[in-house]
Design a protein around this ligand. Structure first.
Ligand SMILES: Cc1cc2nc3c(=O)[nH]c(=O)nc-3n(C[C@H](O)[C@H](O)[C@H](O)COP(=O)(O)O)c2cc1C
Length: 357
């Protein structure tokens, strides 16, 4: 089903389509899932202080990122084993990203592989590489992705080791036809250091995104060693438990980066208003991981495009109602903290779900 009218319907459809194992893999997180709930709690506790009497008859939110035209300031983050939600996997996401007009970061931990996706769907696209081999293996992968035309390389720094996800552990769950992270030679991820970054920047001419930055000092160091995009993320709460929420780390990171490179944030962003909050706090682009997975589960690329259309409408409406006509006018003074009005939950952005909508 992809003719849904609301994002709540999209989520309900995803829940209906997935078996319990795939559902829990998608919505679940590490240990007690506190990082996941903190992400939502923090997004929900930012409230708008709208301005009035500005002309918002033409609201514009298209932007440019890594040389790509972005119809909305949102990217599709890497989702390992996305083929568990829809058979086309990373290629289906690529099709939706190309049709709608935003950037995808393709995970190295999903199928089909990055060469197949590059050959099948025109980019631009970024490749996220998990280090599952030695230095020579890594260099070979990077060389190949450059030859395939990827516009950027993304390294994920928050996954030194694979976390404990109890929902999956209890069921012995392994995503369908996926090479689950943590299997085999995933140990190389734990050897990734600042020296790895220096090596890549020295050897390859490819923009580098560092994903999983949470500390302002690391953000500053990333810029100093030549990282091209700082990506604030706690992996959607799926790695270290009990982190601060990503949106709460964002202002400190934005201050440390001081405009030298773009800043991306993800973690708990599910609706258009959530995206606008992230932009107000200084992000250039917002990533939406479970949103992407849920839309794929609801009906593959058609559903993902439909979900993005609704998201676009929500972003446009939120901007107009906060009295802002262009992205550059979004700023922290439009927000204020307040107690969140409900218990935070992975799906608390969809309060009508339990009412059967
Ligand atoms: C099912 C699933 C698989 C993921 N796989 C990867 C991955 O392969 N590589 C990666 O860097 N991040 C991965 N992530 C993390 C996302 O890229 C993103 O950081 C996270 O989903 C953002 O939080 P959100 O789901 O609240 O939007 C995955 C997330 C989910 C939900």
């Amino acid at each position: 089903m992809s003719g849904f009218k609301t994002l709540t319907q999209m989520v309900a459809q995803a829940q209906e389509n997935l078996n319990r194992g795939d559902w829990d893999y998608l919505v679940g997180a590490a240990d007690t899932e506190a990082s996941l709930r903190r992400n939502r709690q923090a997004v929900e506790s930012w409230t708008f202080r709208p301005r009035i009497l500005n002309d918002v008859s033409e609201v514009s939110y298209a932007t440019e990122f890594m040389g790509a035209n972005m119809r909305i300031p949102v990217l599709l983050p890497p989702i390992g084993s996305v083929q568990a939600f829809e058979a086309g996997g990373g290629q289906s996401v690529a099709e939706a990203a190309a049709e709608f007009g935003i950037l995808q970061i393709l995970s190295s931990s999903c199928s089909p592989d990055f060469k197949t996706v590059a050959a099948a769907v025109p980019g631009p696209r970024v490749f996220q590489l998990y280090l599952t081999g030695d230095r020579a293996w890594m260099d070979h992968q990077i060389q190949q992705m450059i030859e395939c035309g990827y516009v950027g390389l993304c390294l994920t720094a928050d996954t030194q080791v694979y976390s404990r996800r109890e929902r999956d552990i209890l069921k012995g769950y392994v995503p369908a036809s996926g090479r689950i992270a943590g299997a085999g030679d995933f140990n190389y991820q734990a050897t990734m250091t600042w020296e790895t970054v220096a090596h890549i920047k020295d050897k390859f001419n490819i923009p580098l995104i560092m994903k999983g930055v949470m500390h302002p000092e690391d953000a500053n160091r990333c810029v100093e060693v030549g990282v091209d995009v700082v990506y604030v993320s706690n992996h959607g709460g799926r790695q270290l438990d009990h982190t601060r929420a990503c949106i709460d780390m964002l202002p400190g990171v934005v201050e440390a980066v001081a405009g030298r490179v773009p800043v991306v944030v993800d973690g708990g962003f599910m609706r258009g208003a959530d995206v606008v909050k992230g932009l107000c706090l200084g992000a250039d682009i917002v990533g939406m991981g479970r949103f992407e997975g849920l839309a794929m589960a609801a009906g593959g690329p058609t559903a993902l495009v439909r979900a993005l259309e609704i998201l676009e409408h929500e972003i446009a409406t939120t901007m107009a109602l906060t009295g802002v006509a262009q992205l550059s006018d979004l700023n922290p003074s439009l927000l204020e903290r307040a107690e969140s009005i409900q218990a935070p939950h992975v799906l608390s952005a969809f309060p009508f779900l339990c009412e059967g909508y």
